[in-house]
Design a protein around this ligand. Structure first.
Ligand code: F6P
Length: 323
């Protein structure tokens, strides 16, 4: 009974939704096998092309996108797809019940150095009264997600998943390629000992964010009165996974590096799925002014500031930035 699909059924997931998860598990299983073989599978290095966001695509970005897209397109329950690597939505089945947004390969700068990378996904119901192939299908708050999760390709391959009631972690058993439940009903401790932020952007943050992080760094002698450790894995899956397993806060605030693009992380396939996993595990997930899950995407590749993790620490941070 500790196998993923038995567990989903037990939690009341409809067969069509389980079908979508099966497609994601098959696609990410294929990616995991290639990641394990690394250079031997000829997956390292960059392509000559850029994605819709103007980022150079790594070869594995393209391979992972093709695999996830192909498996999902073959699943009859899927109506429409949105991917980090696709400029527009991709129509699947007219009578499909679900929309899937995904980041096929999160943490692309880690691929060639054999550091953690992942696939993030978010599943929504189709909206009635809106054309099935319309991008407006995705104009829903993150709270409408019926399932969200990520696969982390690390020393073990893990699946973190929620249907909105429990955040569960499954480990892929390489002997039979079955995901087995290895951590149930995860709860993030409300107080944090660790923070994750790319400090090299500090000069470009708003002064309130600078003040918050300065106070963390001051440790016992500062206004927070305790020492905080810092970690940054350059892959949101790696940092959020650490927070779900042992606590802490993750921040990717807006900054002034590029006036056209103050925030970095994408709402539909990065912030929303992580926010649902974190909130279900008792944590908080905010932009700089509202819960991430209450934000309705106005654009497919919309970006938002992200502050998530331990509930008390997110509140402490918001105390500075919303002042
Ligand atoms: O694009 C997403 C992402 O790779 C996240 O996974 C990660 O948290 C962040 O960007 C890393 O950003 P930076 O390169 O600025 O450290």
């Amino acid at each position: 009974m500790n196998n993923l699909f038995d567990q989903l059924q037990e939690q009341g997931a409809p067969p069509a939704l389980i079908g979508v998860v099966r497609a994601l598990v098959a696609a990410t299983g294929d990616i995991a096998q290639r990641v394990r073989r690394g250079a031997l599978a000829d997956i390292l290095g960059a392509t000559q092309s850029e994605n819709v966001q103007g980022e150079t695509q790594q070869r594995l970005d393209v391979i992972a996108n093709t695999l996830v897209k192909d498996y999902l397109l073959r699943c009859p329950a899927v109506a429409l797809l949105a991917s980090e690597e696709e400029a527009q939505v991709v129509p699947a089945h007219q009578d499909g019940k679900y929309l899937v947004a995904f980041d096929p390969l999160d943490g692309s700068s880690n691929i060639d150095i054999n550091a953690p990378i992942g696939t993030i996904f978010s599943i929504y119901p189709v909206r009635k009264g809106i054309a099935i192939e319309s991008e407006a299908q995705f104009q829903q708050p993150g709270r409408a997600q019926v399932c969200a999760g990520y696969v982390l390709y690390g020393p073990s391959t893990l699946l973190m998943i929620t249907l909105g009631r429990l955040t569960q972690c499954y480990t892929l058993d390489p002997t039979d390629e079955v995901y087995r439940l290895t951590a149930d009903a995860l709860q993030i401790p409300p107080a944090a000992q660790e923070f994750a932020i790319n400090m090299s952007n500090a000069h470009f943050w708003q002064t309130s964010m600078q003040a918050y992080v300065n106070d963390l760094v001051l440790g016992e002698t500062g206004p927070r009165g305790k020492r905080f450790n810092m970690r940054w894995s350059a892959a949101m899956v790696g940092d959020v996974h650490r927070i779900l397993i042992r606590g802490g806060i993750f921040l990717y605030p807006s900054d002034s590096r590029n006036a056209q693009q103050p925030a970095k992380l994408r709402l539909l396939y990065e912030a929303n799925p992580m926010a649902l996993l974190v909130e279900t595990a008792g944590g908080k997930a905010w932009t700089d002014h509202q819960p991430i899950l209450d934000t309705v995407a106005q654009q497919l590749h919309q970006r938002v500031p992200v502050i998530l993790g331990a509930a008390q620490e997110v509140d402490a941070c918001l105390g500075y930035v919303t002042e």
